[in-house]
Design a protein around this ligand. Sequence first.
Ligand code: X2X
Length: 335
Amino acid sequence: MPALNRRALLAGATLPLFAIGTRPSRAADFSLKLANNSPVTHPQSVRQQEAAARIKKATNGAVDIQVFPNNQLGSDTDMLSQLRSGAIDLFTLSGLILSTLVPAASINGVGFAFKDYDSVWKAMDGKLGAYVRGEIDKRGLVAMDKIWDNGFRQITSSTRAIKGPDDLKGFKIRVPVSPLWTSMFQALGASPISINFAEVYSALQTKIAEGQENPLSLIQIAKLYEVQKYCSMTSHMWDGFWMLANKRGFQSMPPDIQKIVATELNKSALDERADIAKLNDSVADDLKSKGLQFIEVDKPAFRAALKSAGFYAEWKKKYGDEAWGILESEVGTLS
Ligand code: X2X
């Protein structure tokens, strides 16, 4: 924690509630719940635990964050409602799913917008991210500055090898609950089914869905390879998790405390990005050794199929000229 904050806190003069360092251990002034949808061993969950520990220390116990990973508090849809009502204080959620409340938040998921991680972080830590956070703010939530990495998404299947867009015809693919995802896979001719992540493994196991799409790191950590046979390297979109706070709750804490919480959460987001980058070096080999068959695809063919189905034109209209202009200023012309 920055020395300045600590001194300000220790002074206690402006923050009588936080007579930090002058009292024996006692219940925290702020007990917060932080929830996510990722397995306990996912870097997201691990780094959130670390942030909670640092925040507790830096506030001398005034802020006690309990982390509930792995959908312990419900599906993404449930947890978003709980965040809005204040039953959950902090929640990491894919921007694409958040778009059910904040339409602009799915914009980073537009098909094939990003070519690599450099362009992702430049946009999300830059103008595009700032624009989306501004939209989130209008809906009573606070998004921390640094978005957490989920990753570039790849399509897996238990039934057929997807090599090009034609192979997606009628393919029963699970997608997260988000209009952009449904629209994109409909444009590709597939039959998308919206299912929260909490139910994905069983939906694949029972073949309610033939396939799904997720970053390799999650395919590994959530053991989806156990119920899937093929993995097509489409990298059709990049997806990340915004660290969201209930604004009323967050702003009920003194500004110095808010700053500590935000700083430490943002630091852990950067740690988590590095973890995923490291995982990305080895995860494909590991998945191959577990029996997943990898397929290299003709990416431009998927993009051309989206274009000819009118996908880009439709979403440009939905997001509006301002948002689309910011996206294109970061990644180049899309339509
Ligand atoms: O639901 C998914 O597939 C996941 C875990 O990638 C998201 O949170 C979007």
